[in-house]
Structures are given as C-alpha cells and as structure tokens.
Write a protein that binds this ligand. Structure first.
Ligand code: NAD
Length: 248
C-alpha cells in the first residue's frame, strides 16, 4: 500500500492502537499528524520515531471532544499542508464501573470523546476532503458496539454502537468522493485494558477462536487497507478484527 506524501491525521496516537496506525502510515510514506490530548512526552516520542523514517511528522495537542480545539487542530494542518487525505478517528476512552454505581459524568465523558469527538473531527476534516474531492475516513469502533456482554461498560458499548451508525451517516454526508468506514476490534493488547482483572481477561481470551488478544499492528493493517485505494468500493461498512468469537 502506497501512501507516499499523503497527509494523514490519527487522533489519540501517542500510544496504543493509534500509535501503531501512525507508525504504519509513516512506513508507507505518509506525512503523519500525531494528535494527543495531554501526554506530550509520548506524542513527541512517536513523532521522533516517525521522523526517523524520513517523512514529515508533527504532533498537535487537541481534545477531540472540544469543538474549538478540533477547529484549531484542523486549521493548523491545512495551513501547513493545504489538505488532509486520511483521517483515522481512533481516540477513545473506556471507564469501567458497576452499572448502579456509574456516574452520569462518565456517560457524558465517554459519549463526548467516543462519539461527539468523531462527529466533530469528521465535520471539520470532511469539509476539506469534499472540496479536494478525495478523502478516506476510518473510525475505530469496537465489537462491544455489536455484541453487548458486559454491563460494566454500558456507556462505552452504546458509544461504539452509535459510532457504527454514525459511520454510515458520514459516508452519506461526504459522498461521492470520501469513503467512510470503520474497524471493530475485539480485545487488543493495550494500556486501555491494563486495569481489568487477570481472571476476567483469561475468561475473555478463552472465548476467542485464535486464543489470544490482537496486537495493535493487526488492527492497524486493516485500517491501512480501508484507507487505501484497494478498498475504494467499500463505503459505510464496519469490519470486525476480533480473532473469531465463540458463540456459546
Ligand atoms: P489507549 O487508551 O491506549 O489509547 C487511546 C488514546 O486516545 C490515548 O492516547 C488517549 O490519550 C487518546 N484520547 C482519549 N481521549 C481523547 C481526547 N478527548 N482527545 C484526544 N485524544 C484522546 O487505548 P487503545 O486500546 O489504543 O484504543 C484506541 C481505540 O481503539 C479506542 O477508540 C478504543 O475504544 C478502541 N478499541 C480498543 C480495544 C482494546 O481492547 N484495546 C478494543 C476495541 C476498540
């Protein structure tokens, strides 16, 4: 896959799946914008790694759930590059809490980041993609948005289910020049799951046909496929990357 000189924005790319996606695009020749919310040091590290491949890379602080922050980030990118070819809406949060103990603030924070954030970044970036008559948007949803099985993450699951729907509406809004698709990973080995109990993770692993969690790179590979012209006739779709789940 060739992304030579394409301008690629990956939200929440200072660590985890986002970092892996950003690095992979850079290896394929893209100019990558690393977005982060607060961890400047990690974002700088990713930027340095990417720059070592010989392609342009900058990091921009922006909270995807805040409209002024998103607007300013997109303006900075347009000022520097004049276009954005690929947007990966990866930033996301998960707050685990007992169903009855969950705070309403958790609901708002989760929906604002995982859903409203995707709408905001897509709105500001999509405007330029429409004008340039070219663009690829890939949203990172989750199998939690399809197979609900854990009431400790009701708001997260609802946000990811809604994101599958939003993906279709974004595809309509930005047609015919912009492809908008989503990837729904199952379990991925990242810091997002670091606080979950070992026993619960063991039980979850046993339900996976491939008997292991995904590496972030395995999600990144599908993201790059959807962002490439090889996937040019796929639009409004969500692809599972979950190692196969046993239906018990
Ligand atoms: P992670 O916690 O390691 O990374 C999430 C990144 O998003 C972090 O860098 C964080 O700072 C950033 N972020 C959070 N809120 C933000 C905001 N308001 N503005 C900008 N950046 C923000 O988690 P991850 O596992 O790498 O998750 C990446 C995406 O993949 C998320 O959308 C997550 O829901 C999804 N996902 C993860 C798994 C998994 O098992 N790890 C499974 C399915 C889907």
């Amino acid at each position: 896959m060739n992304f030579l000189d394409k301008v690629v924005l990956v939200t929440g790319s200072s660590r985890g799946i986002g970092r892996s996606i950003a690095v992979k695009f850079a290896k394929e020749g893209a100019n990558v914008i690393v977005n982060y919310k607060s961890d400047h040091k990690s974002a700088e590290t990713v930027t340095e790694i990417i720059s070592s491949y010989g392609h342009d890379c900058i990091c921009i602080q922006a909270d995807v759930s805040k409209e002024s922050s998103v607007k300013s980030m997109v303006e900075q990118i347009i000022e520097k590059y004049g276009r954005i070819d690929v947007l990966v809406n990866n930033a996301g949060i998960a707050i685990d809490a007992d169903f009855n103990e969950r705070k309403i603030k958790d609901w708002h924070d989760t929906l604002d980041t995982n859903l409203v954030g995707v709408y905001l970044v897509s709105k500001y970036v999509g405007k330029y993609m429409k004008e340039q008559e070219y663009g690829k948007i890939v949203n990172i949803t989750s199998t939690n948005g399809m197979d609900t099985m854990y009431t400790y993450s009701v708001d997260y699951d609802a946000s990811k289910a809604a994101l599958i729907n939003l993906t279709k509406n974004l595809a309509i809004e930005f047609s015919p020049y912009v492809n908008v698709n989503a990837v729904a990973p199952g379990w991925v080995d990242t810091e997002m799951n670091a606080d979950l109990s070992k026993e619960y993770l063991r039980e979850e692993k046993a339900k996976i046909l491939l008997q292991r969690f995904a590496e972030p790179e395995e999600v990144a590979e599908v993201v790059l496929f959807l962002a490439s012209d090889k996937a040019r006739y796929i639009d409004g779709e969500t692809i599972r990357v979950d190692g196969g789940i046993k239906l018990l």
